[in-house]
Design a protein around this ligand. Structure first.
Ligand code: ZN
Length: 285
């Protein structure tokens, strides 16, 4: 089927009380592994690219062509989503090229500037029926070493959410409740009270970033507390590089590149199969 919007997939997820995985990919092997898993589980799936992954793969048109070609004969709903973009002009290029969902991350700006930039992206994307995710609060990054009070201050303030959603018209909201990107140095502590308060104040589908390393029961609890989209990036990236590392070491004379990188497809598939079971999206077509 043709690519679908984030809005439609998350509306079903919210109604059904399950989460949908959003998986970062950087090439053919991981993209195919993600689609293999979703097909096997008959699950909706969100494929997403960072801005640098789009450049790596040759630009938005190349990515759209790849994913349309891999998925248009499948019977599962597939969303192609742009992750963490800060430049509205680049987002517009992705919208024009056929992405069905984009994230504007203006969370580094002030609250009012975040609203202004997000509104601009929503008004552009909406003309082509493309969904928009925005971010409120600041997610931790692997480079950041902040103390507890700074961490709290960076979290999403529930009181801001209804105003932000109403004034921007977004389709999904990334909230900061204690997760961070990359690998964790210590186990993350998710603020479920904050998530529950946010959920009680808005109907907008919520997004959990920084999923790699979150304990499995916390994923389940996050979905029960109202998370609809769960991002998984670092775990798949590590899987791909580890696969290549092991194959290169184990097959030092191999000249067929496909025999060095190709196993990343099945290894990524296995991770995504497990995530789909955990998030509960299998069979939800
Ligand atoms: Zn993120």
């Amino acid at each position: 089927m043709p690519l679908v919007t984030l809005k439609s997939v998350l509306a079903d997820a919210q109604q059904g009380g399950y989460g949908v995985g959003a998986f970062n990919f950087n090439g053919i092997e991981d993209a195919r592994g993600i689609l293999d898993a979703a097909t096997e589980k008959r699950s909706p799936v969100i494929l997403m690219t960072s801005v640098s992954a789009v450049a790596y793969m040759g630009g938005p048109r190349a990515v759209v062509g790849l994913i349309r070609g891999l998925s248009d004969h499948l019977e599962i709903p597939v969303v192609l989503h742009l992750d963490h973009a800060e430049d509205p002009r680049f987002i517009a290029q992705c919208v024009d090229s056929g992405y069905t969902s984009v994230m504007i991350d203006a969370s580094k700006l002030s609250y009012e500037e975040n609203i202004a930039v997000t509104r601009e992206v929503v008004s552009y994307a909406r003309r082509l029926g493309v969904s928009v995710e925005a971010e409120l609060g600041r997610l931790g990054g692997r480079e950041e070493q902040v103390n507890v009070s700074a961490r709290e201050a960076a979290m999403t303030d529930p009181a801001d959410v209804p105003d932000f959603v109403a004034r921007t018209g977004i389709d999904a909201l990334a909230v900061a409740i204690g997760t961070a990107h990359g690998f964790y140095k210590e186990e993350p502590k998710l603020d479920f009270d904050r998530l529950t308060r946010i959920r009680s104040l808005t109907d907008v589908p919520l997004v959990l970033h920084g999923g790699t390393g979150v304990p499995e029961p916390d994923f389940i609890r996050s979905i029960q507390c109202g998370m609809a989209k769960i991002n998984v990036g670092t775990e798949l990236k590590y899987c791909c590089s580890q696969t290549v590392r092991e194959n290169v070491a184990g097959k030092p004379t191999e000249i067929d590149i496909r025999k060095l990188v190709g196993d990343a497809r099945t290894n990524c598939r296995d991770i995504v199969l497990h995530k789909i079971d955990l998030f509960g999206s299998g069979g939800k077509l």
